[in-house]
Design a protein. Sequence first.
Length: 427
Amino acid sequence: MGNISPSSDYQTLLFLFEEARFSLKVMKCDKMLTMVLQKFCGLENKAEKFVEPYMKNYAELGNDQLDLMLQITRSNPVSLLKIMKENLKVEAKVLDNSSRYILENLDICKCISDDEHIFEEFFDLMDIVTQSSDLDALFVNKLYRRSMKEFNISRNGNSSAVQSELHLSTSIPHIFCSFEHFRGLLPLECFEVLKESPTVLNLYMLIEGLLMLPYFSQEGLTPKMICEIEETRRQRSWSRISPDFFEHSHPYFKTTLESITKHSKDLISNDESIKRRGTVICPDKIERMSFRLKDLFLTPLSFYFYLEHPKTNHSCDLPGHCGFLLKSRPEMKSGQPFKFTVDLCVDEEEYPNGLHIHPKFVKAEKIHLVPLCSTIDGSQYFHASITWNEHGISRAFSDENSFPWWELGMSELDPFMDVFLTAFVTF
């Protein structure tokens, strides 16, 4: 065994490997195989030297051989995903039994942790390969969801109490962000900083940031500025926004939003973003389309949305409807309403009957939330009221008639007003 080294060629390694397997199979002695596996596992280049050529036609290997490959690559399971990916590119067929066996026994959680890009690329390819087989597509979808569920559990700790509290959710990042370091800038300075700021995560946030500035609300945006925003969108690989975002806007924002719709050539699209309105599941399990604003800040709520994501190619064969579930949780301050968090739930057990998520495509960072409020002037989006609002509810007061009001960002709102939670989902 002392002659195994990084310089050993494939034929030498193959000979030792097969001798060890023969010793186990015929002589019922596993000592040699154990020693060989230890040596192989210690090789830094084991994937290139041995595993890749050995698994060139892995569909012809038995489960005992695949088990040994899984052992050898235990410290680097991504290497098996890469091998399978290259094989699937060539074969482009339904999953064979060997592929299923590997995927059922591979440490996919470690694959996600070590190289999430390869993990996503592999499952992108699996989506294509399994289009012709409903059973294969169902297997892949369940495997992806189970893997993400297990990964979230491992990432958030092993405590059952922590798991129960987190509900395997992913936080929506686009709410209650700080605008403080932009406020001291001149309008044109702020425009330049917003375009490059890492705090700004999508085109919706950029436009809502500009709406925060009275100068642009009064003067609008020039064609030159809109061209610069279009260039920023391309450079930062942002999706275009839905035209629905400009409907039901507050009159205060009308000038800015109309200047965008008038001069923009590359910011708006029905194909890259879509609006969905959520149905709220109250604590008493009653479902409603709308809720009271105060409930969002005082009561844990769940919202489900129907969404047939275009990247499923309209070929989902799972029972029920495609969509996603959001769970909000109030954050109190000194016992008073203040803010709330929103999480995208990826645990299928939390989903209402008839709804399922495709977590590979529906991501928390791709969801932008805007409240649609019922006012005496009709339904209005309160843009930026939760996006750029690090202060949450900054003031609660009563008017001359003793009616309660909340100061939420730039708006003064009735906490008992009806609200719809609107999600703009980018693709």
